[in-house]
Ligand binder design. Structure first.
Ligand SMILES: [Fe+2]
Ligand SMILES: [Fe+2]
Length: 155
């Protein structure tokens, strides 16, 4: 079975929007957190944000290669995103809730990329490059989730 490029471009653009949203919230939260574990959590959020930004660029490159265009309207990014929001607590010292929100966000990303990998596996022969890109991003999302979960266990 061949690739449905129109559907694939929609999926890639939704994931592209997810990465922007994760990048925004993690960058915001890195400056928001306070308390004794502050540097550990803040560094982890910054590091993860940088990787989400990298994912966003990789997806953007692939969208262009396939003849599409990444979403150019900022307002529409949230409309098309699968994972629309990361809800952080009101209190910047509630570090457990900050980290739990990041774990939830990573679970949403893992779910999205898992579904994409399964879809792409059906047309592996015709689009190996997208398959490997999504597989690579998925493995990094799993690493992110584990890293945030480890922070929870340290408490
Ligand atoms: Fe990501
Ligand atoms: Fe992630």
């Amino acid at each position: 079975m061949g690739v449905n490029v129109k559907e694939l471009l929609e999926d890639l653009n939704r994931a592209y929007a997810d990465e922007w949203i994760a990048y925004f919230y993690y960058t915001w939260a890195a400056d928001f957190v306070e308390g004794p574990c502050y540097p550990l959590i803040s560094d982890r959020l910054d590091k993860t944000a940088a990787e989400e930004h990298e994912h966003m660029s990789e997806l953007s490159d692939r969208i262009y290669e396939l003849g599409g265009e990444p979403e150019r309207d900022f307002e529409d990014l949230q409309k098309i995103a699968n994972c629309k929001k990361v809800v952080f607590p009101e209190n910047e010292r509630d570090l457990e809730s900050v980290v739990k929100a990041a774990v939830e966000a990573e679970r949403c990303a893992i779910d999205v990329y898992n579904k994409m990998v399964k879809k792409l596996a059906h047309c592996y022969d015709t689009d190996i490059r997208t398959f490997h890109l999504i597989e690579h991003i998925l493995s990094e999302e799993i690493e992110h989730e584990e890293a945030f979960e480890n922070l929870l266990q340290k408490k």
